[in-house]
Design a protein around this ligand. Structure first.
Ligand code: NDP
Length: 311
């Protein structure tokens, strides 16, 4: 029973560093770092940042893919992944807080006209713009799961009127929760700030097309910290030109890294961040070791993904 670690994102986390964290929790368990580190036929569990093409074919005895993070779409879309292979994800406190903070940071920047003041400063313009009143601002949080629920609470505590949207009904203190497609369209018409923390699934793919973007309030702020394929990018550019929404803050993209020459890079109404809103896995890493033990002992796994539902 060998554990494989495959990350391939050295600026985020190195395989060796993760092995150093896991080894004390999994004494005597052989851990491979990367596909070239040993005999892959013995690997039963793979802890990965994503599933790369051709990877699972090299792991004939794979029983569990542990995502090192929350979003599992690259795993769900992997055609070679046998139906018996189970998938788990991390539900960690720190990155959930970080994503919520990211959304709130840009919401507050919007309230205080940070984008406009930066631009005016570059032009040497002493231009006073009234800040928005937070208690008169409506924020809609799309996705009320582990992260979205936290973001909604944070917005509510910061004084925003806060709406929340999910697939199934929810109750969250201080948040007006709604669900269903009709609810989304009407919610967008009320929201000055829309922050999406939705997973990538067949249902959320291309959800924000010209028609839905057109339901937003003129001048509104759109934040996407979920996944890039939520938004039809050409439709967003056209919508921004028309002023609805007024600005987009995007942490995630259909193609990452965002290609050189992409219109978002230089668009005055777009803020690009390189998929950094959730970063530190910290407290979640012990679950990787715990899931190895549970898999070995045949006990229920932590945070198992519903492969049918896709998240
Ligand atoms: P969860 O699975 O806990 O929550 C997902 C939420 O989305 C649930 O509330 C779910 O509704 C809702 N949802 C899913 N499909 C639909 C739909 N079709 N219509 C309406 N609501 C829907 O996930 P997390 O909160 O942990 O993470 C969410 C996503 O954030 C991840 O999948 C990942 O893609 C992204 N992410 C991005 C990061 C970044 O750095 N940018 C970092 C971490 C995560 P219901 O509760 O009713 O099922």
């Amino acid at each position: 029973m060998v554990l494989l670690i495959d990350i391939r994102q050295p600026t985020w986390m190195q395989e060796d560093a993760l092995r150093d964290v896991l080894s004390p929790m999994l004494r005597d368990v052989p851990i491979l770092c990367g596909l070239e580190d040993g005999d892959l036929s013995t690997v039963t569990m793979a802890a990965v940042s994503r599933l790369h093409p051709g990877m699972v074919e090299r792991l004939p005895n794979l029983k569990l893919v542990q995502k090192l993070g929350a979003g599992v779409e690259t795993i769900m879309r992997e055609k070679g992944l046998a139906p018996h292979v189970r998938v788990t994800r991390l539900i960690s406190e720190m990155p959930a807080n970080e994503v919520a903070e990211y959304c709130l940071t840009y919401a507050l920047a919007f309230q205080r006209n940070v984008f406009a003041h930066d631009e005016a400063m570059r032009e040497h313009l002493w231009q006073k713009i009234a800040p928005r009143k937070t208690h008169e601002t409506t924020a809609a949080i799309l996705g009320l799961g582990h992260i979205g629920r936290r973001a909604a609470r944070m917005f509510s505590q910061a004084g925003f009127r806060t709406l929340g949207w999910s697939r199934t009904p929810k109750t969250i203190n201080g948040v007006e929760c709604r669900n269903g497609d009709d609810a989304l369209a009407s919610m967008l018409g009320e929201a000055d700030i829309v922050a999406s923390i939705l997973p990538a699934t067949p249902e959320t793919h291309d959800l924000f097309d010209a028609s839905l973007l057109g339901r937003m309030k003129p001048g509104a702020l759109l934040i996407n910290a979920g996944r890039g394929d939520l938004i039809v990018e050409d439709d967003l550019i056209a919508a921004l030109e028309a002023g609805t929404p007024g600005h987009a803050v995007l942490d995630v993209f259909r193609t990452e890294p965002l290609p050189e020459g992409h219109a978002f890079w230089s668009h005055p109404k777009v803020t690009v961040t390189p998929h950094v809103s959730g970063w530190h896995l910290d407290d979640g890493l012990r679950d990787v070791a715990e899931n190895y033990r549970r898999l070995t002992e045949g006990r229920p796994l932590l945070n198992e993904v519903d492969r049918g539902r896709g998240y």
